[in-house]
Design a protein around this ligand. Structure first.
Ligand code: SF4
Ligand code: SF4
Ligand code: SF4
Length: 509
């Protein structure tokens, strides 16, 4: 590739998307392309000035990769755009050797019992057979506990893919449905909330095939491979996320995941609240709990304190919260703001109130004075015990992710000549789909749309090609009889021991 300096305006967009870091900005503020370039065309797709031209020079010793439609030209010693294939003295080899199931067993953390629940080998390092007219790169057979088993593996480019990121935190991230951005590029949206967690939906076919698709593909793969990523929720927070680590939201590190909503806390810790104060209020963005009015408090014998809360009532002792950057993920900055007043016939001077968050990171205690005002006081030992009880039952705040992929498309051609039969076998549990050895959950209905916990898959197993699509190691395991019945590539079946011998010989590390 070559840059026409007359047209280049030095915007740097090409540098952002080049998967190999082959472009730099010259002192003249013009883009310059190095020898690392493999002609993947990612830069030409984003250049607003059409300043990058194709100069198809087959590089010295270069080999054209045929494993996906990008067709990189890779020089000796270099890798292609997806960084999966290396030109090894004129031969293209996968730079991660094929992994046996035993190699990833610990990461998967699952003990598959039945013969077909465990793949004979994984798809990690298998390579791709493009275009989808050829059998998968490895179709292996072995006999397990008297059963002939076949595993078909490939590293499939998936345009239909995305990632759901679960962030266990009360910290406010933004409004539901708000776009999630990298710079100005939309890469997903803030989805619904699950119990104590915020969910981001990133990628998906429409964003992957949109103008910022390469950024989206890279983001999905980076998250799946447990790299740190930086995102912004439109009109919301700045996020630093890394699977397995606590989230950082607007510079603040999430420490605890809430134990439950304010109402759930009443039932969970009611027996500690009884002695803690005359009233206990648990602030939460979904449901705020008021102990003495709540069914749990009444059942435990608590007497109504007479306090009235400034919130919309759901049922007695349960009030709807709102989202914000204050206590318990609500907009409340001063905990006393939740109190709207009290019934003077019931609430008497000297009564105490404990107010806490559902994570118990912040808690405060107050006493009602003769002047009708609440003044702060030290937490009593009983109140401290209740707060400590909440805190010790909170799990740490962390980021997790589930990769979502649709493998019901052309990738099936490598497995069978009759694709519908593969779908049926998967849905009827006659064939098992794993990703890098990790179990998948198959969405019901048509197609083969799967979910997989990325932490059960080896780091670097997820890659992408700038078509753009993510590339995922897939394994289909079934009885040999089943494989033949669904139209499998019988002629390409190889004995497991022969393949393992070949792996040992070809292990380029
Ligand atoms: S063609 Fe691909 S590898 Fe070459 S400079 Fe452009 S983005 Fe980088
Ligand atoms: S994207 Fe185009 S205009 Fe922008 S720096 Fe690269 S070559 Fe120049
Ligand atoms: S992106 Fe990867 S698979 Fe596709 S042609 Fe380039 S090196 Fe081959």
């Amino acid at each position: 590739m070559i840059v026409d300096w007359e047209s280049c305006v030095g915007c740097g967009l090409c540098i952002e998307v080049c998967p190999l870091g082959a472009i730099s900005m010259a002192p003249e503020k013009k883009a310059s392309i190095s020898d690392l370039c493999v002609d993947c065309n990612a830069c030409t797709k984003v250049c607003p000035k059409e300043a990058i031209g194709i100069e198809p020079t087959l590089k010295e010793g270069g080999v054209k990769c045929q494993s996906c439609p990008i067709n990189c030209t890779i020089k000796v010693g270099n890798t292609g755009a997806c960084q999966r294939f290396v030109n090894w003295n004129g031969e293209l080899v996968r730079n991660v050797p094929l992994q046996r199931y035993e190699d990833v067993k610990e990461i998967v953390g699952e003990d598959h019992e039945e013969a077909i629940r465990k793949p004979l080998i994984t798809g990690i390092g298998a390579g791709t057979t493009y275009p989808d007219t050829k059998p998968a790169p490895y179709i292996v057979q072995s006999r397990l506990k008297g059963i002939d088993v076949v595993t078909v593996v490939t590293e499939a480019p998936l345009s239909y893919s995305g990632i759901k990121v679960k962030v266990d935190t009360d910290l406010h991230m933004g409004n539901e449905g708000a776009p999630v951005l990298i710079g100005k590029k939309k890469v997903g949206h803030l989805c619904t909330e699950e119990y104590g967690s915020k969910i981001l939906s990133l990628g998906g076919v429409n964003l992957l095939t949109g103008k910022d698709g390469i950024t989206v593909a890279k983001l999905i793969v980076d998250i799946a491979n447990r790299k740190e990523v930086h995102l912004k929720v439109e009109d919301g927070s700045e996020l630093t996320l890394q699977v397995g680590k606590p989230p950082i939201i607007n510079g603040e590190m999430g420490r605890r995941m809430r134990v439950g909503c304010g109402s759930a806390s009443m039932g969970l810790f009611g027996r500690y609240f009884l002695d803690a104060a005359d009233e206990v209020i648990v602030l939460d963005a979904h449901l705020i709990g008021q102990f003495t009015e709540h069914a749990a408090g009444r059942e435990l014998g608590a007497k109504y304190s007479g306090l009235k809360l400034k919130a919309r009532k759901s049922t007695p002792g349960r009030y709807f919260g709102e989202h914000g950057r204050g206590w318990g993920g609500t907009p409340i900055e001063d905990p006393l703001d939740i109190i709207d007043g009290f019934e003077p016939k019931i609430a008497k001077p000297g009564m105490t109130v404990l107010i806490t968050e559902t994570t118990a990171e912040r808690a405060a205690m107050f006493r009602l004075g003769k002047n009708g005002k609440f003044t702060p006081m030290e937490l009593t030992p009983e109140a401290k015990r209740a707060v400590d009880m909440i805190a010790s039952n909170c799990q740490p705040s962390r980021v997790s992710a589930v990769f979502v992929g649709g493998s019901g498309g052309s990738a099936r051609a490598g497995v069978t000549k009759i694709p519908i039969k593969l779908n049926q076998a998967i849905h009827q549990n006659r064939a098992k789909l794993t990703v890098g050895g990790a179990p998948t959950y198959i969405l019901p209905g048509g197609g083969i749309t799967f979910l997989v916990d990325v932490e059960k898959v080896m780091v670097r197993a997820f890659t992408y090609v700038p078509t753009p699509a993510t590339v995922v190691p897939l394994e289909y395991t079934m009885r040999l009889k089943e494989y033949l019945e669904i139209g499998g590539h019988k002629e390409k079946i190889r004995k497991l021991r022969d393949v393992l011998k070949e792996i040992r010989l070809k292990s380029y590390g």
